[in-house]
Design a protein around this ligand. Structure first.
Ligand SMILES: [Zn+2]
Length: 204
């Protein structure tokens, strides 16, 4: 699947974990912003193992989304009193955040040097990245996990096999579609419409 499809599906997977209470209030807004940032990274990180140029483009997109989320979070705090940072760091501590970030970076560098659809698309990779994310921010980790899991599941639909049980070489593919064909377009549309309907339901 393409990056935009993973992003849309990942955001929807993250939103599925948020049960808004009583419309759009400060708590829900903070959760939504944190979810979008964490889910974007989770949705794109597995493809750090794809061809260098593609991987760089996707990482650039992920970085741009995280920077945008930071700017939005700052704006939300200043103008609306919505504190995304406080939510992200709830029950977290620097003694865990720093090693978590180091572990995340090490896993990403290792993943960038493995074959496509191996470590970063495996259950082991999912566990390592999710534990790193949880060390960085306990509140963001579930959204990251849901989005990364959705990436791996969507890639399983394609012809190119996924080494789900890495380091075992056994690889799996449901062989239902191409990674950038009509099914990709349908999943993208479904994800986008789902996200828009979800946000509309929360806001209105
Ligand atoms: Zn992938």
């Amino acid at each position: 699947m393409t990056g935009k499809t993973h992003l849309a599906a990942g955001a929807l997977a993250g939103f599925a974990l948020i049960r808004p209470q009583g419309g759009l209030n400060a708590d829900t807004a903070a959760q939504l912003i944190l979810c979008m940032a964490a889910a974007s990274v989770g949705a794109l990180i597995p493809d750090v193992d794809s061809k260098r140029s593609k991987a760089r483009a996707k990482l650039f997109t992920a970085a741009a989304i995280v920077v945008s989320a930071f700017i939005i979070a700052f704006g939300a705090k200043i103008f609306f009193g919505v504190d995304v940072f406080a939510l992200a760091m709830q029950n977290s501590a620097v003694v865990r955040t720093v090693p978590g970030a180091a572990m995340f970076a090490a896993a990403a560098i290792y993943g960038a040097n493995t074959k496509h659809r191996t470590f970063t698309h495996s259950l082991l990779g999912l566990a390592v990245f999710t534990v790193s994310a949880a060390l960085i921010s306990l509140k963001a980790a579930p959204y990251f996990f849901a989005a990364m899991l959705s990436h791996i599941l969507l890639d399983l639909l394609n012809r190119k096999k996924v080494a789900l049980l890495y380091p075992s070489k056994r690889a799996f593919a449901l062989d239902l579609c191409d990674s950038d064909g009509i099914v990709n377009d349908i999943v993208f549309s479904f994800g986008m419409v789902g996200c828009i309907l979800y946000l509309a339901k929360v806001i209105i």
